[in-house]
Design a protein around this ligand. Structure first.
Ligand code: HMG
Ligand code: MG
Length: 297
């Protein structure tokens, strides 16, 4: 077993974390969250999502938030877009990296974006074309890679096929999402290996929700086969409104702590991240979703 020499963390808290919150969070607080995260050494911070505000009202203020953040050199601030309309809204406020998303499960895509897998890809092919012309980088997400809340089992072949299509269509990185946190380490590793046989490992990221407490174990299993990009959310916030039972993402603080323990550099200042997680959980009125934070003085 090997491990990567460094890991890039993609902080998805401001997007995946806040898209599922029951209470509305003011734009000013979202801006403060992103600005605080920018001071922790993170290099990728997914800031928001330009989806339909009818589908995700929590992020209806995407443009206001994006325009309000202080973008630091050397940090990417991608935003989720489902279609050309979202891309245009994002570009209007200066977004320079976008993320498109689909799933390996037909049933999940129908609920989440009202489209089949093929339709969803057709919808964002024009986004990829425009992005290439505009010099905008595009990340791709494949959801439900280890199970679907509606369809149950998701064949590995479907995960591989969808990941390969996103990469072939021009996504520089494909993030493999265990949307409902149902995977266990052996299955996570096998899934990653199968995808990495078709898409270069250097173009893959992993995205675990911690619904059943398996996320860190799954990440470790995937690091051992060479993945070097890990999505996580400060204070373990997160979940997809169209994935019943999906709980938070793995907490960024806990991922950084584990990586440091393994001797894998992340460039992230853990105490600053812990402070940010504490601030966010106070704002949300709940105890921090990071074990490391709970154990920190
Ligand atoms: P639809 O209703 O089928 O689409 O939604 P439509 O094209 O018929 O549009 C309906 C209305 O939405 C129209 O407005 C459009 O203008 C508007 P109306 O004429 O009714 O007034 N609209 C938009 N408005 C603003 N921005 C846009 C936009 N697009 C259409 N971009 C659609 C299809 C894809 C838009 C919708 O289903 C949608 O927005 N879904 C988003 C769901 C979502 O955000 N889910 C969470 C993110 S995925 C996730 O969390 C998983 C991930 O974390 C990885 C993992 O964990 O696995 C990434
Ligand atoms: Mg997610």
């Amino acid at each position: 077993m090997s491990q990567p020499s460094a890991v890039r963390i993609v902080e998805v808290g401001p997007r995946d974390g806040l898209q599922n919150e029951k209470t509305m969070i003011p734009a000013a607080a979202k801006i403060e969250l992103i600005d605080r995260l920018s001071a922790t050494g993170l290099r990728s911070i997914e800031a928001t999502s330009f989806v339909s505000p009818k589908w995700v009202p929590q992020l209806a203020d995407a443009a206001e938030v994006y325009a309000g953040i202080t973008r630091r050199p050397g940090i990417a601030y991608p935003a989720l877009v489902p279609n050309l309309q979202g891309y245009e809204r994002a570009r209007a406020v200066g977004v320079e990296e976008v993320a498109v998303f689909t799933a390996a499960s037909e049933a999940f895509n129908r609920k989440n974006i009202n489209a089949s897998i093929d339709e969803s890809i057709e919808r964002f092919l024009p986004v990829l074309e425009r992005a290439a012309a505009d010099g905008v980088r595009v990340r791709g997400y494949v959801s439900t890679v280890l199970g679907c809340p509606y369809q149950g089992e998701v064949p590995l072949a479907d995960v591989v096929r969808v990941a390969r299509r996103l990469h072939a269509a021009g996504c520089y990185e494909v993030s493999l999402g265990d949307t409902i946190g149902i995977g266990t380490p052996g299955k996570a590793r096998a899934m990653l290996r199968a995808v990495a046989a078709e898409v270069p490992m250097a173009a893959l990221a992993i995205h675990f929700h911690d619904t059943r407490g398996q996320a860190l174990a799954n990440i470790l299993a995937c690091l051992e086969v060479g993945v070097a990009v890990v999505d996580s959310a400060v204070s373990g916030t997160g979940g997809c409104p169209y994935a019943p039972g999906a709980s938070g993402n793995v907490a960024s603080e806990d991922v950084v702590f584990m990586l440091e323990g393994l001797g894998i550099p992340t460039g992230v200042d853990l105490p600053a991240l812990v402070d940010t997680g504490r601030w966010l959980s106070a704002l949300l009125g709940r105890i921090p979703g990071s074990k490391v934070t709970l154990a920190s003085p």
